[in-house]
Design a protein around this ligand. Structure first.
Ligand code: CDP
Ligand code: CDP
Length: 224
């Protein structure tokens, strides 16, 4: 590919995908694309327009009418919908709790996957999500599946929240993560699952640096 490899990073919620994907992209001078942010953007738009999550037709209209764009920033990227910045807004709890329902809609997946394939077509990209190695980029040269125990993932989200001044109880976060993983793994279209040719990394007791270095090893081996 013109600009380098396609690196697909998938896994359940809070396994560390976006954190390590950003770092890996920086190290290899690749683009980073957070596909979860795209599903979150459509969800936010539905909430703002008062569209119900089971109104498949209306949500289909939103996905056709909305333009999602990214801009690089110091700590990753800024996200925009129709030119308006939504970087912070898409992380709100109401979006997090509804995004799996929106992501299960066929028309939403079809449109967003096509946009993701366009972004990735020349390679030189690290793309993270749930179905990148299985459905969006089935020919990606590098596929990583990141996992961690649910207790560890809840703990990570808890610490992240505390830094932002949000104090959701740990057990509530764990239930939210479990519910989202269940929905993401059980939907009909491109559910969360490890691609046959993906390298699985259990990050439960690994530091961010250790995970980044393991992924860099896989990339370097592939580049040789
Ligand atoms: O960062 P976090 O684990 O909270 O999730 P995310 O990557 O922002 O993704 C949010 C949600 O979008 C997921 O729970 C999925 O429902 C959906 N998603 C998806 O269906 N397919 C993708 N490729 C990426 C995200
Ligand atoms: O994108 P995803 O939902 O998979 O996870 P994330 O938002 O990148 O990571 C969740 C949190 O876990 C972040 O605050 C990271 O700093 C932390 N993390 C960690 O503690 N240890 C790792 N090996 C990877 C991430």
């Amino acid at each position: 590919r013109k600009n380098g490899l396609q690196v697909a990073i998938d896994g359940p919620a809070s396994a560390g995908k976006s954190t390590v994907a950003k770092r890996v992209a920086k190290q290899f001078h690749y683009i980073y694309c957070d596909t979860g942010a795209m599903y979150r953007a459509i969800t936010l738009q539905a909430i703002r327009q008062g569209v119900s999550f089971d109104d498949v037709d209306e949500i289909g209209k939103i996905v056709h009418a909305s333009k999602i764009t990214f801009e690089p920033s110091d700590d990753g990227q800024k996200v925009f919908i129709d030119g308006k910045e939504i970087t912070e807004a898409i992380r709100q709890e109401d979006v997090t709790n509804s995004v799996s329902a929106v992501a299960a809609i066929g028309e939403v997946r079809k449109q967003l996957s096509a946009q993701q394939q366009e972004i990735a077509k020349d390679g030189g990209i690290v793309m993270d999500g749930r179905d990148i190695g299985t459905a969006v980029l089935p020919d990606a040269e590098v596929k990583i599946f990141l996992i961690a125990s649910v207790a560890e993932r809840a703990q990570r989200r808890y610490k992240e929240n505390i830094q932002k001044g949000i104090n959701t109880p740990l057990d509530e976060l764990q239930l939210e993560i479990e519910a989202r993983d269940y929905k993401d793994s059980h939907r009909k279209i491109s559910p969360l699952t490890k691609a046959k040719d993906a390298v699985e990394i259990d990050t439960t007791s690994l530091s961010i640096d250790q995970v980044v270095s393991k992924i860099a090893d896989v990339i370097n081996k592939t580049l040789k």
